[in-house]
Design a protein. Structure first.
Length: 358
């Protein structure tokens, strides 16, 4: 067995394609290909972005003089699937077919699996997902909704959430399994989770919580039903209004937090109100999750790309610091976490699951 592996990590987000190459846990190269709202608007569905995203990955590898023949495995961000276990899964035909033909939801990480699977065949190397979005560790009581046919599901930024929990636990000289923490991932989509005893026991997904740069989040159900049956919109338009053209895009015609903050500095009061409302809703969801453990929270972690914004993190912190201390870990460790997880599989330290769900 080799002890030296080179791994390509792929993480398409709603507004960017992040990728990196790691060897022995060390980053050899990294890039973040940004996609503007106007660039993405020409694609009716996320799946239509496949060629653009794959081409960007291959072009970057070529420009970086990284021969694909030196890559041993691919680590793709885990796409939404029926509930799965934590850890690694080999991307097989059944997983790719499920995402291609019957995607669980429209999500940019669907592209990671499809691109990873196709490149694995072209390059004759394995491709994996790790700590996928559909990792399900919810408590039984948290699954119940008011409609028996629509149970609550675990669809959040699992990979980064677990990674930052482990990082904060290390900072506190504790193990992940011993802390109780609430994590808010602030990116193109915003999701939250609460972790206790090494499990993610409840979540706030991107369709039942705060709006984000391009997602509508939780909206009044009765009004939404009326809109759906008004005759003004078809199914795909409504889906796009919820994911892709909601949130900051709907209110301010941009998915860029930097652009919104620029507007605020220039005195745009509407931009300030909408931006602060996003932070306000994140704080409300943090408070919601604190009740799950009767307020016994060791810490609150703000992470994701928008956590680089002092404006947003200050607005959130002032509303939630009465619950627990706030840790800010901006950005995401997803590429590194993907690569390290797959490396453990290649080294024989961890077994990969086989995907066999329909």
């Amino acid at each position: 067995m080799k002890n030296n592996y080179r791994i390509l990590a792929i993480n398409p987000g709603s507004t960017s394609t992040k990728m990196a190459v790691y060897e022995n846990g060390k980053e050899l190269l990294r890039t973040n290909i940004e996609h503007s709202a106007n660039e993405l608007a020409v694609f009716p569905r996320i799946g239509d972005q496949y060629d653009m995203r794959k081409s960007g990955i291959l072009s970057y590898l070529q420009a970086s003089n990284m021969p694909v023949s030196t890559i041993d495995a691919i680590a793709s961000r885990g796409a939404p699937l029926p509930p799965i276990k934590g850890g690694a899964y080999l991307i097989n035909e059944k997983m790719a077919e499920r995402i291609r033909v019957r995607p669980y939801i429209e999500h940019a990480s669907n592209l990671a699996v499809l691109i990873g699977f196709d490149l694995s065949k072209e390059w004759n190397i394995p491709a994996y997902i790790y700590d996928g979005i559909s990792t399900d560790e919810l408590s039984d009581i948290s699954r119940i909704s008011g409609m028996p046919s629509i149970p609550r599901k675990s669809l959040v930024h699992t990979l980064n959430m677990k990674a930052v929990c482990r990082k904060v636990a290390l900072k506190w000289n504790r193990d992940y399994e011993t802390i109780t923490a609430i994590v808010a991932h602030l990116g193109g989509g915003i999701t939250l989770s609460i972790h206790q005893n090494g499990k993610m026991i409840d979540v706030v997904s991107d369709d039942e919580g705060p709006f984000s740069p391009e997602r509508a989040g939780r909206v009044p159900c009765n009004q939404l039903i009326i809109e759906c049956y008004s005759g003004q919109y078809d199914l795909q338009t409504m889906k796009k209004m919820s994911r892709g053209r909601g949130g900051l895009v709907a209110h301010l015609n941009t998915n860029s937090a930097l652009e919104v903050e620029k507007k605020i500095k220039e005195g745009d009061e509407k931009a300030k109100l909408i931006y602060e409302a996003m932070a306000y809703q994140v704080a409300k969801s943090i408070g919601e999750l604190a009740t799950v453990v009767e307020g016994k929270v060791d810490g609150i972690i703000l992470t994701g790309g928008i956590a680089y914004s002092n404006t947003i993190t200050d607005w959130i912190t002032k509303r939630v610091r009465f619950i627990a201390p706030v840790e800010i870990i901006p950005g995401e460790n997803e590429l590194e976490s993907l690569a390290l997880g797959v490396e453990r599989v290649l080294l024989g330290k961890e077994d990969a699951h086989t995907y066999d769900l329909e």
